[in-house]
Design a protein. Structure first.
Length: 290
């Protein structure tokens, strides 16, 4: 949390921004008067310090991850990605209320055994999610409207043919009743702007931070009738994977915190709320590389 302190020197008063982290206390000079845009300056100061502390850690993780990647036998890598596919498929489906367990997901994807007492829709969409995961790993292209629509079509081509591969043409209600998603006629312009922003900034922003910001903004547009979370999380993985960073899985037990951080970011018009949570999770999940 950034605060403001006043110091007196002689007959003059000076104002400073103060931000204390677990590492140290940082100060930023404001001037002899408190600026009108104080809230914005506090936000920028906190983000600057956060990136100053966390970016080197993310870069260290990437360096050791790449070293490990190069030294690992291709067969073992294939096995590790297969395991990630199963875990991601289970998690992303479970977040969207699927009742399938991790064991059932594994049996489905490895042995083609469908679980009993499970909706056919959940079974089919789990299979399709796994296919899209493989597409994500092997994607030559970067994020585009075509890629987003292709993935959505693939996810729902067997269970929701009317909406598969189409941006929504109706307004949708929020999950918790507070967030206001984009109006349906703003969806295409908003997605176009988001992709344009991404292409402009992807080489300037740490990929971990970029994946979080893109995901946060994508979810707040909510471009589809259904499947926004699953497609959005897959796009987040794509950004990490294309930039040679470890893939991060959002677990079902993190669902409420994950949604709360997304919503808080939107309600306060501050992506940084979700970014802080996601980067902290990324560093925690990959601490073996630190």
């Amino acid at each position: 949390m950034v605060s403001v302190t006043k110091r007196t020197r002689g007959n003059a008063e000076y104002y400073y921004l103060i931000h204390k982290t677990s590492i140290k206390q940082y100060e930023g000079y404001l001037g002899k008067e408190i600026p009108d845009n104080l809230d914005q300056l506090k936000k920028e100061f906190e983000e600057e310090i956060f990136q100053k502390e966390k970016n080197p850690l993310a870069e260290k993780i990437q360096k050791k991850y790449l070293k490990s990647f190069k030294e690992t036998d291709p067969k073992i890598l294939k096995s590790e990605y297969h395991e990630l596919k199963i875990i991601h498929t289970y998690s992303t489906q479970r977040i969207e209320a699927s009742t399938m367990t991790l064991h059932q997901t594994r049996k489905l994807l490895e042995d083609h055994l469908s679980p009993k007492d499970t909706l056919t829709k959940d079974i089919v969409e789990a299979e399709q999610t796994a296919i899209i995961f493989d597409d994500m790993l092997n994607a030559d292209e970067d994020i585009s409207k075509k890629l987003i629509l292709d993935w959505h079509k693939k996810l729902f081509e067997k269970t929701n043919t009317n909406n598969a591969g189409c941006f929504r043409r109706a307004d949708v209600a929020p999950y918790l009743g507070k967030t206001e998603y984009a109006l349906w006629d703003d969806v295409i312009p908003d997605i176009t702007r988001l992709i344009k922003w991404y292409n402009k900034n992807k080489t300037k922003t740490n990929p971990v931070v970029m994946s979080a910001i893109f995901h946060c903004r994508f979810e707040m547009i909510h471009p589809f009738i259904g499947g926004n979370g699953r497609i959005g999380r897959m796009l987040m993985l794509l950004i990490l994977h294309k930039n040679k960073h470890p893939i991060v899985n959002i677990e079902p037990k993190e669902k409420q915190t994950y949604i709360k951080k997304l919503e808080s970011s939107h309600l306060q018009n501050n992506d940084f709320i979700f970014v802080k949570w996601f980067v902290a999770k990324y560093l925690r999940d990959n601490r073996k590389y630190l």
